[in-house]
Ligand binder design. Structure first.
Ligand SMILES: [Fe+2]
Ligand SMILES: [Fe+2]
Length: 156
C-alpha cells in the first residue's frame, strides 16, 4: 500500500497528541492560578489542533485520486469559499494584531505582558500564514494525486 509508512507515522503522532491532551486537560482543571491555567490551556488547544490536523492529513492522503465530477465541483466551491473567508479574515486579523500591540503597552503585570506578547505572536503568524495558505490551496490541483495544474481533472 502507498503511503503506508507516512500514515503509520501520522497515527503514532495522533496517539501522542491524544495522551498529551488528556494530561493537559487534567492539569488545567487542577490548578487555581489563572496564569498557570492559561499556560495549560494554550498547550491543550495546540495539542487538540495538532490531533485534528493529523487526522485530516490521513483523510487527505486516503482520498480517491480520481473521483466524480460532483466531488471536484464541490472542492472548487469550497476553495472559492475559503478564499472569500480568508480575505475577510485578514482584515480582522490585522485589527487583532494592532489592538494586541496596544494592550501590551498598557499591561504592567509581567506575566500578563508575557501572555499578551505570546498572543500577539500568534496573531502575527495568523496574518502571515493566511496569505500563504490561501495561495497554496487555490493553486493546487482539485485532484491532488494525478493532476498537475489547478484546472486538471485527469481520470485516465
Ligand atoms: Fe503537538
Ligand atoms: Fe487571530
Amino acid at each position: 500500500m502507498k503511503n503506508e509508512k507516512l500514515i503509520d507515522l501520522l497515527q503514532r503522532q495522533i496517539e501522542v497528541e491524544k495522551k498529551t491532551l488528556n494530561m493537559l486537560s487534567k492539569a488545567e482543571e487542577e490548578v487555581s492560578e489563572t496564569a498557570v491555567r492559561l499556560a495549560f490551556l494554550d498547550l491543550r488547544l495546540d495539542s487538540w489542533k495538532h490531533q485534528k490536523f493529523l487526522e485530516g492529513m490521513i483523510e487527505m492522503i486516503n482520498e480517491t485520486p480520481c473521483d466524480e465530477w460532483s466531488a471536484k465541483v464541490q472542492r472548487y466551491v469550497d476553495r472559492v469559499k475559503l478564499k472569500k473567508t480568508l480575505d475577510a479574515l485578514i482584515i480582522e486579523e490585522k485589527e487583532m494584531l494592532s489592538i494586541a500591540e496596544e494592550s501590551i503597552e498598557e499591561m504592567k503585570d509581567p506575566i500578563g505582558k508575557f501572555l499578551l506578547v505570546h498572543l500577539r505572536d500568534d496573531e502575527k503568524t495568523h496574518t502571515e500564514n493566511l496569505d500563504e495558505l490561501s495561495r497554496l490551496i487555490m493553486t493546487s490541483p482539485l485532484q491532488s494525486v494525478k493532476a498537475v495544474k489547478g484546472t486538471d481533472i485527469d481520470c485516465s
